[in-house]
Design a protein around this ligand. Structure first.
Ligand SMILES: [Fe+2]
Ligand SMILES: [Fe+2]
Length: 388
């Protein structure tokens, strides 16, 4: 299967990967044998060292511009977007990577338009009266202008998975590769393929609202996220956007499934709530995205939505890794960069961890700490951000 790094291999890298693939296959013949080298190559991307005084002055956008880590992931996503068969979907997915705008904002250009939608969500019980209008509709730059680039956007909220510049590309690319790998495994195991086009497009578009909802603040942390119908606002807004664009209900529902598998019962009821809330935002009839009773997704429940969820499920690991790595980095920040307790809960520490994660990823730093201990992690951190 195609891998994130396929396009990045020079001849040497390719030969090394081929040798690794042969060795892995010889050790443990498996339909996954040919994938094993990809992430080892990702870890070896060149890191840009900088002094602490240089890093201190950087914005998240500048950090994204100085790292090479997310680029293969972004290129992989662009390649997948360009290879969608449907021309409308292809354009939306490619444009979404170049300029991640939420077109649903076209229907609520003014504050009073937004307030009307807010009131409907409140009346339907999808938000609380303590939620702010800016929580449901964070500041935007006007219709057609993304508040941030896809490349600089984080993959999740502050304190969650992939919350660093470049994290969105890494999250969505690993998500897509995971889902497509499972689909391929199913093809081989069960002898039948699923709707790969819908699966691919749903994942490509599923977090396109993150550059808007998770905007970088001046202290280099992120805007907090309001919940709508019990899940993050970015998700309901993403469903609303694909509804507003008039995309196929199959794709809309598959995308909606990303936050929970639509198993009959409580989980499916959550998805139904997100679809109904999103329909309010998009100003569309929710019924075409639901089953005959209006209390389920369309029946039969298609496998693509479950695969979108399995692909998107990396937060189970990457969320706790982000928290744990932050905690150990705070100790290093105090010792090496002489940060005070106040610095640790403000811009100095946020800037340090954003730069480290954008260059090396929390996942790699966490693994160094787990495998080699705190001293090794400290040495790695000092290589990336030189103390003064
Ligand atoms: Fe999401
Ligand atoms: Fe996601």
């Amino acid at each position: 299967m195609e891998k994130i790094l396929d396009k990045k291999f020079g001849r040497r890298g390719f030969l090394k990967a081929a040798a690794a693939g042969v060795a892995a296959a010889a050790l443990a013949p498996s339909i996954l044998g040919d994938m094993r080298h990809a992430h080892a190559e990702v870890r070896n991307f060149p890191v840009k060292s900088a002094t602490w005084s240089e890093v201190k002055k950087m914005t998240p956008q500048q950090m994204a511009e100085s790292t090479k880590l997310y680029q293969p992931c972004f290129d992989y996503l662009m390649d997948k977007a360009k290879n969608l068969k449907d021309s409308n979907l292809r354009k939306i997915a490619v444009d979404g990577l170049k300029n991640p705008v939420s077109r649903v904002l076209e229907r609520v250009p003014s504050k009073s338009d937004k307030q009307k939608v807010y009131n409907k969500l409140l009346d339907a019980g999808y938000i609380k009266s303590s939620d702010t209008l800016e929580g449901v509709f964070p500041p935007d730059k006007g219709v057609g202008k993304a508040p941030a680039s896809f490349e600089a956007a984080p993959g999740g909220g502050w304190g969650g998975h992939h919350a660093y510049p470049g994290g969105l590309s890494e999250h969505v690319a690993t998500d897509l590769q995971t889902a497509l790998a499972i689909e391929e495994i199913h093809q081989q195991a069960y002898g039948y393929s699923k709707d790969v086009e819908t699966l691919t497009a749903a994942i490509l578009l599923h977090d396109n609202t993150k550059p808007w909802i998770f905007q970088w603040k001046k202290d280099n942390s992120l805007l907090p996220e309001t919940k709508i119908a019990g899940t993050g606002c970015h998700h309901v807004q993403a469903i609303a956007d694909v509804m507003y664009r008039g995309l196929d209900p199959k794709l809309v529902v598959a995308l909606a499934d990303s936050h929970t598998p639509p198993r009959p019962g409580k989980e499916e009821a959550q998805v139904v709530g997100w679809i109904k809330a999103a329909a309010i935002i998009a100003g569309v009839d929710a019924s075409k995205y639901l089953g005959p009773t209006g209390e389920t997704i369309p029946l039969p429940r298609r496998a693509e939505g479950f695969l979108v969820n399995l692909g998107d499920g990396d937060w189970v690991l990457t969320g706790p890794v982000n928290v744990a790595t932050n905690d150990v980095l705070k100790k290093i920040a105090k010792k090496v960069y002489k940060m005070s307790d106040k610095d640790l809960s403000g811009k100095p520490f946020f800037t340090l961890r954003d730069y480290l994660f954008s260059q090396r990823s929390d996942m790699a730093l966490f693994q160094i700490w787990c495998d080699q201990g705190e001293d090794a992690l400290e040495a790695e951190v000092k290589k990336i951000v030189k103390p003064e």
